[in-house]
Design a protein around this ligand. Structure first.
Ligand code: PGA
Length: 249
């Protein structure tokens, strides 16, 4: 089984109004003019998923959501289901981002339930894991990250299209990045865990790196062992920065 194509996904977080669709248009135009080696996706806030999917539908750039509720529908004020994202035009969904784990107490079990919901709706989940600075300093990084992978990935993912994103919490939005050796150590451990969970099929899903990826460091990070793309926050908001990362992949 060969590994999946690398994926570079932009996570706009709670940023973006209608005017920001111009950035998505610019990314799509550049990707279609010079198709990159990687798959490219943009994950805007849920208010923009439908409009972005209409604006860049049919181009080489996919649209994704940033979270979903595990249930299909119901009395869950403020939440969005995987089915709703899919109907709006999303093809992927980020799940278990550290900002949701920390800010909303999302557990591995909840993330796993959301991943099952994503599959039910035909969405490809990007499941995020990563250690805090305290955990890294205590030498717990590999135990924490592999534990999150085991707890957050349901068995139903076997043979399905999905990605794991390794995002050290201390590297998100801080400008700090781990050394290439540190990135490789964790990515190799995640790959071994995926093989433990899914056998040969565990060799296929891309393992993205995320946390302060920018055009100037993307080239070396994306070439590191077992790095199959990037999840990009701040640098995905401007088409020129994001494209600088896409072309490095
Ligand atoms: P950053 O965010 O690129 O702004 O560090 C990455 C992420 O949180 O996905």
């Amino acid at each position: 089984m060969s590994s999946a194509r690398p994926l570079v996904a932009g996570n706009w977080k709670m940023n973006g109004l209608a005017v920001s669709l111009d950035e998505a248009r610019a990314v799509a135009a550049a990707v279609d003019a010079h198709p990159p080696a990687c798959r490219v996706a943009l994950c805007p806030p849920s208010t923009l998923v439908h409009r972005m999917a209409e604006v860049i539908g049919g181009t080489g750039v996919e649209v994704g959501g940033q979270d979903c509720r595990a249930e299909q529908s119901g009395a869950f004020t403020g939440d969005v289901s995987a089915e709703m994202l899919a109907e709006a035009g999303a093809e992927l969904v980020i799940l278990g981002h550290s900002e949701r784990r920390a800010g909303y107490g999302e557990t591995d079990a909840l993330v796993a339930a959301k991943a099952e919901a994503a599959l039910r709706a035909g969405l490809e989940p990007i499941i995020c894991v990563g250690e805090t600075l305290t955990q890294r300093e205590a030498g717990e990084t590999l135990a924490v990250v592999t534990g999150q992978v085991k707890g957050s990935l349901p068995k139903a993912l076997a043979g399905k299209a999905f990605a794991v994103a390794y995002e050290p919490v201390w590297a998100i939005g801080t400008g700090l990045t781990p050394t290439l050796e540190q990135i490789e150590e964790v990515h190799v451990a995640i790959r071994a865990t995926l093989v433990e969970l899914f056998g040969e099929a565990g060799k296929v899903p891309p393992i993205l790196y995320g946390g302060s990826v920018k055009p100037s460091n993307a080239g070396e990070i994306l070439k590191a062992r077992e790095v199959g793309g990037a999840l990009v926050g701040g640098a995905s908001l401007k088409a020129t920065d994001f494209l600088g990362i896409v072309t490095a992949a």
